[in-house]
Structure formats: structure tokens, C-alpha cells
Ligand binder design. Structure first.
Ligand code: ZN
Length: 374
């Protein structure tokens, strides 16, 4: 089944919603329309003229980018500016561009978790909290014969995921009563006759962001013309989200060895190390990570007692402040974020399999790192 861009993004946002982005971060659709069939979807870290050429050559319909291509407002759309010429090329070739930026840094099982996994860091939390999400409860009544199908449908829509468990629910049986009027089209019973049906009451919990898809699944799996259900907001502990991650290496490691590990894992020719002048640590175990440009969050690395903070784009004077506060920092460069490309393609392939999509996912192979080491 060929899919529409909107359908793809609906699944994408069920995993990585826009509301998890930092305030003012221009995430979402940047160029073109999602209301069109998409056969080829390309994942990239950056949208650069060379990436756009790659997309044109590979007949891409939609680019999903980590970095929003229109980050600064534009005042003119003329072809004599290389950045604007790139936007015009995208429009000319009907290539839509969608960006997931800081929401990808914040979402659980997102970019910072993948960095930790690659470095062997067991995550125990985020550096600083950014968002809180409440829980909801759906109670739905279905004929007993349809109960199992309903439980499956709700589970597939993401209801009933708690910690390491999925498809969790509670069921109890009872009697439903109704009388269809003359205009009804009842699945069970006759018009104007009081009907009693053995029904199952199914209860499931889900995070607020999944409400739309859970209700859609419930309506689709329910045999009744007028499904009976209750939806509750809960005061249970909410789900919390934050930027960056902190965690521990399985055992202490010499800082020199950790630097070599970072270089090997991210295939780097070099990295920058900031060490305090006094009290530099030789051995490190507790690691804070905020990929991209996380210099401003170094206080959170200190609060979390990190032995070393790994982040890109560290500014000269910020590095002085970090030194003065006794923090060891590794700056591997912003481009290590390119690891999101294969990880995202892997996720998208799983959705394709699960939903029977006919679509090709293309990891961009253009190198967008502007820096070289000599
Ligand atoms: Zn970035």
C-alpha cells in the first residue's frame, strides 16, 4: 500500500511528537506538503545543497532532517543566495522537508539514549527535565466475543505499555442493556426491543499523546454503532522527559581511554578535551551526554555529579567556565549526531513491516561535516 506523507508523519509523531521540542524550536514541516503519496523517504542530519542533489537524484518525495533547514527567518527567496537557491530546488522538485530537532534529543529511546548505548553507558536519567505528560485511562464495554480483538487493537495502538510490559489491561464481565430506536442499525438485537448482552469491560492506561490513536483503534475494533466508553484523566505519577542523559560506565575508565573510545565509536579523527587546571580526574565512570550543542547545560552535568560531560560546539569562553567549575568536557563535534540516520531508518523499517507500507527509506550518504582535522 502506497502511503501518504501525512500517514507517515502521524506514525512518526506517535513516537517523536512535536510538543516535546524546546520552546521556539521550529520543528515539523518546513517545505512543501505532506498531502501527497510518498514512495521514497530520505533521512539526513542536515539539509545542504549536496543533500538536496542526492535527494533529487534518488527521486525522494520527503526528507526527514534532524536540523531544521529554515532556522533563521528569510526575507527574500531569490536564487542568488545559496541557501535560498536550495529551498527553491526543493520546491521545484516537489520534495517536502520535515524536521525533528530537540524533540529527538528529548524523547526516550532517542538520540542521546543511542549515544549512551554506543558508548556502553547505562542511563539512569536525563540531565534536566523539560516536559511532563499525564496518563489517561480508557474503559470500554464490548460484547464478550469481541473482547480479545479489542484488547489486541488497544495494545497495538500503544495503550497498556507500563515499564517493561506491554498489552497490559484489566477485564471484567457484566451485562449491557440498550433499546435501539426505529432508525438504529444495531450489531446485536432488534429495533425497539430491550436487549441484554454479555459484555466485557476493558480498562487500559496510556500517555496523553496517544489519545487520538488509541480512540481511533477502539472505534475501529468496536462492533457497535454507538460504542460505550469512558475516558479519564489520572493523577498517577506522570511521565517525565528531559534533555541530555546521565549514566555510568560498567567500570571506571582512564580519561585517555574514554577519549579513544569516543573517537573509535564515532569514527573521529580528533576531539577536543577540556580539563580543569586543578583537580583533573584521571578515572571517569559517571558520564553526562547532550549531543549537538549542549554547552549551556554544563551546570546540569555538574548537578548530576558527572565525571565527564560529552557535548559538541563548546564555545571558548564556556570552556573556561567549565574548567573553573572543575568539569571535564569532551567535545566530539556536532556531526556525531549523524548516527540518528541509521537508527531512524531502522525504526521506520519496523513501522513499514508492521503497517504493510510500500515505501523505500533512504539513509543519506552525503557527508555534511564542515570540519576536517589536519
Ligand atoms: Zn544538532
Amino acid at each position: 500500500m502506497t502511503i501518504n506523507g501525512q500517514e507517515f508523519i502521524r506514525r512518526f509523531e506517535a513516537y517523536c511528537p512535536q510538543w516535546l521540542a524546546e520552546e521556539g524550536d521550529p520543528v515539523g514541516l518546513h517545505i512543501g506538503t505532506l498531502d501527497k503519496p510518498v514512495n521514497n523517504i530520505m533521512m539526513t542530519l542536515d539539509v545542504r545543497p549536496e543533500v538536496v542533489q542526492e535527494a533529487i537524484d534518488k527521486k525522494v518525495d520527503l526528507i526527514v532532517a534532524k536540523h531544521p533547514p529554515i532556522f533563521r527567518p528569510i526575507k527574500r527567496l531569490t536564487a542568488d543566495d545559496p541557501q535560498n537557491a536550495m529551498y527553491l530546488e526543493l520546491v521545484k522538485h516537489n520534495i517536502a522537508v520535515y524536521a525533528a530537532h530537540t524533540n529527538m534529543d528529548i524523547i526516550w529511546d532517542g538520540l542521546n539514549d543511542w549515544f549512551c548505548e554506543m558508548l556502553g553507558v547505562a542511563v539512569d536519567g536525563y540531565m534536566t527535565q523539560t516536559h511532563v505528560e499525564g496518563l489517561k485511562k480508557l474503559v470500554v464495554y464490548v460484547p464478550e466475543a469481541d473482547a480479545e480483538r479489542m484488547r489486541q487493537a488497544l495494545g497495538e495502538a500503544g495503550a497498556g505499555e507500563q515499564g517493561n510490559y506491554h498489552h497490559t489491561s484489566f477485564s471484567s464481565n457484566g451485562q449491557g442493556r440498550f433499546t435501539p430506536n426505529g432508525k438504529a442499525k444495531p450489531a446485536i438485537g432488534k429495533l425497539e426491543q430491550a436487549t441484554i448482552v454479555s459484555e466485557t469491560r476493558i480498562e487500559v492506561l496510556f500517555p496523553e499523546r496517544r489519545q487520538e490513536q488509541v480512540l481511533q483503534a477502539m472505534f475501529a475494533a468496536h462492533p457497535y454503532e454507538e460504542p460505550a466508553f469512558d475516558l479519564f484523566s489520572l493523577d498517577n505519577s506522570p511521565i517525565t522527559y528531559g534533555i541530555g542523559r546521565v549514566g555510568n560506565l560498567s567500570e571506571p575508565m582512564a580519561i585517555e581511554d574514554f577519549c579513544q573510545l569516543v573517537k573509535a565509536v564515532f569514527e573521529l579523527d580528533g576531539l577536543r578535551l577540556v580539563q580543569p587546571a586543578v583537580g583533573a580526574k584521571n578515572m571517569v565512570q559517571r558520564i553526562a551526554i547532550c549531543g549537538g550543542s549542549g554547552g549551556n547545560f554544563y551546570q546540569d552535568a555538574l548537578k548530576n555529579q558527572a565525571d565527564v560531560y560529552l557535548t559538541g560546539d563548546v564555545y571558548y569562553h564556556t570552556a573556561h567556565d567549565m574548567q573553573a567549575h572543575g568539569l571535564t568536557v569532551i567535545d566530539p563535534g556536532h556531526n556525531i549526531e549523524r548516527v540518528c540516520i541509521p537508527r531512524f531508518v531502522e525504526k521506520m523499517e519496523a513501522w513499514k513491516e508492521e503497517l504493510g507500507w510500500e515505501v523505500t527509506f533512504i539513509p543519506s550518504v552525503t557527508n555534511t561535516n564542515p570540519f576536517q582535522y589536519r
